[in-house]
Design a protein around this ligand. Structure first.
Ligand code: BGC
Length: 754
């Protein structure tokens, strides 16, 4: 059972408290460290990719004994990561991991290897695993209990194949919608992302990391990666420190508080300093201020990129020194031995102190001890039966259903009745690839043959509900991939017309059109685009369909908000599906035909125009002023239901609060419609006057509740002084005395902070 969330703060505080079993391994670690040579220590700090130890291709890869001997036997690498091209079967994984750990056992000190993988939305590199909505969709559920459960399942299925470490969650804040990893975030708001992020960590790490159901997480990508000025992946961010702390640090700070075991570094730069060379971020803030105890891993080849891309180091040796001294404990090299060789030289020359090496190795060994790897690093064949269980699939379906966000529904067009004749059209209507996006079976999610055959696309789920005879499917346009990389101005995904005219003709024979638009799959650099507008072939299809005169329901299957202002007004209904995963086809059909009542809320501001990018917490005059205000297409936190809710009795316990007094806020929510439904009650605070121009409003609490028709419920929230604070110009939190408004569901009340 997944409980409903009565108060995001209660959930959050409880998640922080349940950090669980703490065992002290210091004596064991020190004893081991004493026996280690410099080369063995540096080996522990080295991470290589799987292709460095295998031969063959695809499903036929096999350990190459000579390569394995070099990596684990000779260099004693501490960690191996990734897939070689594609998801493997549980048997294959267990076989590979066993051979790796066997090689590790045979080394002088027998230190186990820490295998790491990107389990981004489930154990997505394990065939037959349960895949969940991507983080942006999970955020839209506003249901941290559900996030926690999904993360538990992802961890269980990852560990089941013998892999104890996942490179997730992404705790970057999605405030730059062009960024090709926008969908990997929990959206634009630091509070929502912090609550969902801690839920993810708690689910994955559990309360005992040594348990066979849990894995260590990696909070990534620390920090500011998600806010490139130009929107392209791995490029520059300009973020003053007070804003870095206001918007980008809170999720990581919460993750550290939740005892997350590893952190991965931002591949970009902030204010000209690449994060991998940034001592202030990696040591002053992360270690000295937040007290992070785990280890820091670089991102892919990012030490080399300090030379090649950033030009802050003249050669790789200098880059290695910079990164290690800044605070990188493990280098995701990943495809050669340069890091290990250079670091040994640097220590011998005195350029990197031995104490820094010992510090990094202690941290890495501690994670290996806490994972229980010294006692049991071998995969357990019995655990394979935990992968892809029917109840796990149910949780995924529920998550997809709760993520579906109804953005427009003129005259109650939705839900559709099941006796209508439906035209299903658009490039995402029949695509599991669009439903899943990147990090699905392969890095780019782009290999159709690897997708399960028994999961319906949107089209198939509608056909199953209505019977094939009532449904016509005409794609209209399609999305294909460039075979080569997007090195010039053409993006990876290409939109093309297929048969728009045929779709228009079919529309005239249908009662209603379900028009599925959006994106193909992508992540990282291949997903960069130069224009947020929905590609022209899709707009053309939509305009032609809308002109045909039948009611049109637009379903958006996309990882970032593509601009749709040309087609919004004439659409009768608009449903946002995000990237809901393999159960997404079913979930969309359930929402369209009223088998579920949508309850998702947008975790970001949907822009109306390409140059009108804004977040909900900008200054009030930017959205409300008289001079060309920026009006979002759809607002952060918005989402309709098939029932209606009303808010009343907003009450504050005090008119004035002093010192550390708490403020109690109560409000009553009623279901005033005819269907049962879930509502996300959102509490915002606005600081009326502050020394740094205040946000119009900021989300401080939320609760997801279920109400039967006619039912009412009173909710109580507690606000503390810290909820009224912001980061001042001296980069420290401050709560300045003055008036504040509390806003819940259209109601407002004022109080004064003394
Ligand atoms: C990505 C990381 C990922 C790593 C390992 C990098 O390119 O930026 O998010 O964890 O690869 O696959």
């Amino acid at each position: 059972m997944i409980a409903e969330i009565n108060d995001s703060d209660e959930f959050f505080q409880k998640a922080l408290r349940s950090r669980g079993v703490k065992r002290d391994y210091s004596a064991k670690i020190e004893a081991l460290l004493k026996q280690m040579t410099l080369e063995e220590k540096v080996g522990q700090m080295t991470q290589l990719t799987l292709s460095m130890i295998v031969k063959g291709r695809d499903q036929n890869i096999e350990i190459d004994p000579a390569k394995l001997q070099k990596a684990v036997g000779q260099y004693g690498v501490g960690s191996i990561l990734n897939v070689y091209e594609q998801a493997l079967t549980p048997d294959k994984w267990q076989n590979l991991i066993s051979q790796i750990q066997n090689a590790a056992r045979k080394t002088r000190l027998g230190i186990p290897v820490l295998y790491g993988i990107d389990s981004i939305h489930g154990a997505n590199y394990v065939q037959g695993s349960t895949l969940f909505p991507q983080e942006i969709g999970m955020a839209a559920t506003w249901n941290p209990e559900l996030m926690k459960r999904a993360a538990e399942i992802s961890a269980m299925e990852t560990r089941a194949v013998g892999i104890p470490w996942s490179f997730s969650p992404v705790l970057d804040i999605g405030r730059q919608p062009l960024w090709p990893r926008f969908w990997e975030t929990f959206g634009e708001d630091p509070y929502l992302a912090k609550v969902m992020g801690v839920a993810f960590i708690r689910g994955m790490e559990g309360s005992d990391l040594a348990s066979q159901d849990h894995v260590a997480v990696s909070l990534k990508h620390y920090m500011g990666y998600s806010f490139p000025l130009n929107g392209r992946d791995r490029t520059s961010a300009w973020i003053p420190e007070n804003y870095l702390r206001e918007y980008f640090l809170p999720t990581f700070a919460a993750g550290v508080q939740a005892n997350a075991h590893t952190v991965m570094v931002n591949s970009g730069d902030i204010n000209g300093i690449p994060a991998h060379a940034n001592h202030h971020l990696l040591t002053d803030i992360l270690r000295n201020e937040l007290g992070f105890q785990g280890f820091v891993v670089s991102d892919w080849a990012d030490i080399k990129r300090l030379v090649q891309d950033w030009h802050v180091a003249a050669n790789e040796k200098e880059a290695t020194r910079m990164a290690v001294m800044a605070g990188v404990d493990m280098s995701m090299v990943p495809s050669d031995y340069s890091f290990a060789d250079l670091l040994v030289e640097l220590v011998k020359e005195g350029a990197v102190p031995q104490s820094r090496i010992d510090e990094a190795v202690r941290r890495i060994l501690r994670v290996k001890f806490e994972l229980g790897l010294f006692y049991n690093s071998m995969p357990d064949a019995a655990l394979k039966s935990k992968i892809g269980l029917p109840e796990s699939r149910q949780t995924s379906l529920r998550a997809a259903q709760e993520s579906i966000t109804l953005l427009k529904n003129t005259n109650g067009l939705l839900p559709l009745s099941k006796d209508r004749k439906v035209l299903v059209t658009g490039p995402t209507a029949d695509s599991l690839i669009s439903l899943n996006n990147g990090w699905t079976y392969v890095w780019q999610g782009s290999e159709p043959s690897l997708y399960p055959k028994d999961r319906p696309t949107i089209r198939q789920a509608i056909e199953a509900k209505l019977g094939g005879a009532r449904v016509t499917y005409i794609p209209g346009t399609r999305i294909t991939r460039r075979p080569d990389s997007p090195s010039n101005s053409t993006p990876t995904n290409i939109d093309e017309e297929v048969n728009i005219q045929a779709a228009v003709e079919a529309a005239s024979n249908a009662d209603v059109v379900v028009l599925c638009l959006g994106e193909g799959s992508y992540t990282e650099t291949p997903g960069s685009i130069s224009d947020l507008t929905l590609p022209e072939p899709q707009l053309k299809l939509a305009e032609a369909i809308e002109a045909a005169g039948k009611p049109v329901v637009i379903v958006l299957v996309e990882g970032r908000p593509r601009i749709i202002n040309r087609i919004v007004d004439k659409a009768g209904a608009i449903v946002m599906a995000y990237n809901p995963g393999n159960e997404g086809g079913q979930a969309v059909a359930d929402a369209l035909f009223g088998d579920i009542n949508p309850s998702g809320k947008l975790p970001f501001t949907y822009p109306r125009s390409v140059n009108g990018l804004i977040t909900y917490d900008s200054r009030a005059f930017e959205t409300e002023g008289e001079h060309l205000p920026i009006r979002p297409q759809f607002e952060f936190g918005s989402g309709l239901s098939y029932t209606s809710f009303s808010y009343s009795d907003l009450r504050l316990s005090k008119k004035t609060i002093t010192g550390n007094e708490e403020l109690l806020v109560s409000v009553t929510v009623s279901n005033t419609g005819r269907r049962a439904g879930q509502e996300v009650v959102q509490l915002y605070v606005s600081d009326l006057v502050a020394s740094i121009a205040p946000a119009a409003k900021r989300l401080k609490r939320f609760a997801k509740i279920s109400l039967q028709p006619g039912q009412s419920r009173a909710l109580n929230f507690k606000l503390r002084r810290e909820d009224l604070s912001f980061i001042g110009s001296d980069n420290r939190p401050v709560a300045e005395p003055g008036d504040f408004d509390v806003m819940v569901g259209g109601l407002k009340a004022r109080f004064t902070l003394k």
